[in-house]
Design a protein around this ligand. Structure first.
Ligand SMILES: Cc1cc2nc3c(=O)[nH]c(=O)nc-3n(C[C@H](O)[C@H](O)[C@H](O)COP(=O)(O)O)c2cc1C
Length: 460
């Protein structure tokens, strides 16, 4: 039984909306990408509705091919940690989830950045740990191709271990700041990490006090075999794409089972699939909204996006688009779980390439519900009640209007059904998600030698 029966909600904060065509709608601000007020307005809508967090995705490169780049809005925005730092001063309760890759940062960088975001926001930071998925990212970091899938996860595992260690290098009460004695920091409570591993050598300590949450919340989104194993070990929130209820239930059960097998409490891992809600007061109105968005999406964009999510192993421009999608594609080194999900869906529904391309450009493989507030709520409640989700990452197809529709029409319906709260229950993101504050690994150890105390322990 889950500790509370209310769903968690996150908002995917997209510049113009999750649908590729949204930016062309007359109601969408064209200069929103680099306008802090635009994001502040969207975040305020989510905060007033008591969403648990806003989430920013990220890549370390332009991800589009030449034909697509002219027609998409995504290359005109902020780096996530910077944007969320700015938003932290305009908000009070909502969690702030930034994506950052373990493949191209160093652990010390991210330990500092997320510790700072957690302090700035008084305990509302979370890190979406990703391993990068696109070869074009490698081109910006001295490489030509991404390292292979499993070795990216091996590095990610060590990376997270180092970051968590760095967050613990100062005990919670290490800074005493005593003017009378002149002692600012208690050196018995600062520790060297002294990490020496396969990928990193990091001495520590961090040059920042322990974050208010102990550790910012760890989010993870891989769903391949290696991705699930990693999530079971470290993740506290898991993002996923699950358009089918049966697959969703299987994923949920597998993840919870593997979490228990890793020696963790499975209530401390929240599964939050994406949902693209296309809300209409009637079904026809909702379908019209979708059709309008589709009419804005050029075929080059549809093909470019589909090619990416299928793992860059097809050349869609040379395929007969009216032929059926085959049961297998060459295994990708990119996002393996999404490739499998899309191919399985196409085979189950007997889709042609043209139909699959349209589906990907509408929702990227996430659950999309086109309907009335009651229909959208029913789909969410069913997914939640059937243990395929602990909550949802809401991906409004267009902003601000799609978000307003969700907040004004769907959330009241969820509340009527007793599935969503009206106010924040705590100060930190951990409090609000029902996640425990991690103990400090150094404070647990009894022997100074075990505690890793080095030159900082006693002045020579
Ligand atoms: C909902 C969702 C959001 C994701 N966001 C990002 C992102 O912003 N940046 C990124 O590099 N990867 C992102 N990913 C990809 C993964 O985090 C992961 O590193 C990659 O998909 C490999 O996953 P696999 O284990 O499924 O093959 C996302 C995945 C999902 C399901």
């Amino acid at each position: 039984m889950r500790p509370n029966e209310e769903m968690k909600l996150g908002l995917y904060l997209a510049r113009t909306g999750y649908h590729e065509g949204a930016w062309r709608d007359p109601r969408v601000p064209t200069n929103g990408g680099l306008d802090i007020d635009h994001y502040a307005r969207l975040t305020a809508l989510a905060e007033n509705a008591a969403f648990h967090f806003v989430f920013l995705a990220d890549h370390q490169s332009v991800i589009d091919d030449h034909a697509t780049i002219a027609r998409v809005s995504r290359n005109d925005g902020f780096e996530p940690i910077t944007l969320l730092s700015a938003l932290s001063s305009r908000t009070q309760h909502i969690g702030l989830v930034a994506t950052a890759t373990t493949t191209y940062y160093q652990p010390y960088h991210l330990a500092r950045l997320f510790a700072s975001l957690d302090h700035l926001s008084r305990g509302r930071a979370a890190w979406n740990v990703v391993t990068s998925a696109i070869d074009s990212e490698a081109l910006n970091f001295d490489g030509e191709k991404l390292p292979d899938h499993d070795s990216r996860y091996a590095r990610a595992r060590e990376f997270v271990e180092v970051v968590r260690g760095l967050w613990d290098t100062w005990q919670d009460d290490a800074f005493i700041r005593d003017k009378d004695s002149g002692i600012y920091a208690d050196t018995t409570k600062v520790h060297l990490l002294n990490h020496r591993g396969t990928h990193f050598s990091v001495r520590g300590p961090l040059n920042s006090a322990r974050p208010p949450q102990g550790h910012p919340v760890l989010v993870q989104a891989g769903a391949s075999t290696a991705g699930i194993a990693f999530a079971a070990e470290v993740a506290e929130v898991v993002f996923t794409a699950e358009p089918s209820l049966d697959n969703g239930k299987r994923f949920y059960a597998t993840l919870k089972e593997k979490t228990r097998a890793a020696g963790r409490d499975d209530n401390q891992v929240l599964v939050m699939p994406g949902i693209v809600p296309i809300v209409g007061r009637t079904k026809e109105e909702a379908s019209d909204k979708l059709q309008r968005l589709q009419s804005y999406t050029h075929i080059d964009v549809q093909m470019g996006v589909a090619d990416l999510w299928l793992g860059s192993v097809t050349n869609l421009r040379s395929i007969n688009l009216d032929s059926l999608v085959p049961a297998t594609l060459p295994l990708t080194n990119s996002i393996q779980s999404r490739q499998k999900l899309l191919v399985d869906l196409a085979v189950r529904q007997k889709l042609t390439w043209r139909q699959l391309i349209r589906l990907v450009s509408d929702s990227n493989g996430h659950l999309m519900v086109v309907g009335t507030p009651a229909e959208i709520s029913s789909a969410m409640v069913e997914t939640f009640d059937q243990h395929a989700a602990d909550g949802f990452n809401v991906l409004p197809p267009i902003v601000p209007d799609g978000l307003k529709d969700f907040v004004e029409l769907v959330i009241p319906e969820l509340r009527r059904r007793g599935k969503f709260r009206s106010r924040y229950s705590g100060q930190t993101l951990r409090d609000n998600l029902g996640l425990n504050r991690p103990l400090n690994q150094f404070a647990q150890r009894t022997e100074p030698s075990e505690r890793g105390i080095g030159v900082f322990a006693s002045p020579a």
